[in-house]
Design a protein. Sequence first.
Lengths: 195, 49
Amino acid sequence: MRSVEPGDTARSAYVGEVLGNFDKVLHIHHEGEDLLMYPQLGQRAPACALHVAQMLEQHRQVTQRLEGIEPVRRRWIATPDAESAAELAGRYEDLSAILKVHLRREVTEMMPVADRVMTEKEMNGLGQHSIEQFDKKFLVTYLGMVLATNPPADRRELFKEIPPPVRLGYRLIGRRMYRKQYSMLFPGRPIPETL
Amino acid sequence: MNEFFTMHPGETAPPLPPGPVLCTGTAGMRRIHRFFLWAYDEAGLGALR
C-alpha cells in the first residue's frame, strides 16, 4: 500500500487484487479445515474437543475480519487516498495479530493430534480442496510466494509433494510470474530466493 | 532464526491419541502458515512504514 500514490487507481487495482487473493486463499484454507479436518478431529480424538472449539472460534473471528476488510479494500481500490489506505492497513494489522496466534497454535496444539488420527490421503484431500478452487496459472504464481516464505529444506520438501503437472507449470511460467509479481508489489526490493 | 511455531507459557496441547503417526500434516501446515504470516504482515501496518 505504501507504494500506491494517492489517486493512482491503476496501482491500487493491482495491489488490491493481490490482497483480495490473499483473503480468498485464507478463507478457502479455513473452509477446508472446517469441512475436512476439525469434524474428523472432534470424532476421532474427543479429548481435544475444547481445543477444536477454540480453533473454530478463531476461524469465525478471521471470517468476521475478512468480511469487514472486503468493502474497505474495494473503497481503497476505487479511491486510494491516505485515509482509506490507513484504514485498510489497520484492518489487516488486526487480522494479522489474530493469525499470529491462531496459525501458531493450530500447528503446535492441533496438528500433532491430526498426524495421529488422519491418514495421508485425508490430509492430501485437505490440500486438494484449496487447489480445486483456483486456476492453474494462479496456483503456480502463488506457489512461488509460498516457496519463498519457507526455509530451503521446507521448499524442497514442499516441491516434492506437488503433483508433477503443477511442478512443470511452475518451472515453465510460475517462477517467472512470481518474480514479476513480487517486483511489481515491492518495487526496488530484492526478490526473495525461491526454487 | 528462532522457531515461530512453539508453545507459549500457559498454553496446553490436548492429549495425543494412542497409536502411530499416520500422516505428515504438521509439516505441510507449517509451510502454508508461513505464507499467510508473511502475507498479512506485509498487508498490515508494516506496509505503510
